[in-house]
Design a protein around this ligand. Structure first.
Ligand code: ZN
Length: 190
């Protein structure tokens, strides 16, 4: 089932996701729905808070993007990215590594808003997969950027928090309009 995506202005995007203790049938259903939703909207990643669940769960798939390369090392060995996608990350921990690099980002919770964001070039990730098995990998390029962006969501951090002041100032009116629109659409909560 394709799920509605929560937009900026909804407080759940600022919540810290709770760890997932057990992969219940409900969690399995949520993972399947998140994958379906991400693919339906051609997103590179989707985090559980973006579909209304403050949980440590995110999905990523960079296979649709051909002009922004990624590298992947699983257990220290180079691995094929396509074979590793879509990626389901449960209770992930990320250690960003390397130099800060600038790259374009968008977010499904911020329709039509794009900006260059500085992030460390690579990331080391430890998480559980959809079956609860431990996975660990190192990535760079688009995959690293996507994984860092999505794991930020699980901690209530949004890409606007990492924008340069100047960019944020330029987008101020658009961001306020989006926030107001989201709040107006949820009159039951202030
Ligand atoms: Zn996002």
């Amino acid at each position: 089932m394709v799920l509605p995506i929560v937009r900026y202005g909804n407080p759940i995007l600022r919540a810290k996701g709770s760890p997932i203790e057990k992969i219940t049938p409900q969690i399995e259903r949520l993972i399947a729905d998140m994958l379906e939703t991400m693919h339906a909207v051609r997103g590179v990643g989707l985090a559980a808070p973006q579909v209304g669940h403050a949980l440590q769960l995110t999905v990523v798939d960079v296979t649709g993007v051909t002009d922004r390369p990624s590298t992947l090392f699983v257990e220290g060995k180079p691995a094929e990215i396509e074979a590793f996608m879509p990626l389901v990350l449960i209770n992930p921990h990320v250690k960003p590594v390397g130099e800060l690099v600038k790259g374009p980002e968008g977010c499904l919770s911020f329709p039509e808003i794009y900006a260059d964001i500085m992030r460390p070039e690579a990331a080391e990730v430890k998480a559980q997969n959809a079956k609860g098995g431990a996975i660990s990998f190192r990535c760079s390029g688009l995959l690293s950027r996507a994984v860092q962006h999505e794991i930020d969501h699980l901690n209530g951090i949004l890409f606007i928090d990492r924008m340069e002041m100047e960019t944020r100032r330029e987008l101020k009116a658009e961001l306020e309009a989006l926030q107001a629109e989201t709040k107006a659409a949820r009159p039951q909560q202030r």
